[in-house]
Design a protein around this ligand. Sequence first.
Ligand code: FES
Ligand code: FES
Length: 160
Amino acid sequence: MSSVIKKIILNGSERMVDAPEDMRLLDVLRQRLSLTGTKEGCGEGECGACSVLLNGEAVNSCLVLWGQLSDGAILTTVEGLGSASHLSPLQECFVKEGGVQCGMCTPGMLVSAEALLMRNPKPARGEIVRAISGNLCRCTGYKRIISAVEECSKLKKGKR
Ligand code: FES
Ligand code: FES
């Protein structure tokens, strides 16, 4: 299939990116743009490890083809949430609450939780559970992840 150049806003910066129309967004991010924070688990839309924010909504990047992306799409990957030297408030809460073990699910969890907190800054526990229901974690038993999102939601406005 042919290549197509698109303008995207990636983690806050405008980028022109050239990729084959049938390339998965996950592969464009990891292979073309070296943004390897986004993980591949199942590759079939079942695990949420590949979640990114597309125009403010969490999507499975393994299910989105480059050709499906509209020009000017706004993308945020885990690299856009914070960095090793400057963790986001949500990332700090994950660390404090012990919501990270092997880390495979963590980028996707952070993205799904961030999407929730953007549309609903004070979610009830059930809403947190629903928001991360598409993200599988084989290590933590979920409790600590849910607590991390709850703790972050308690932070005063401006602190997150
Ligand atoms: Fe995309 Fe599992 S790798 S949902
Ligand atoms: Fe290992 Fe979630 S921390 S899969």
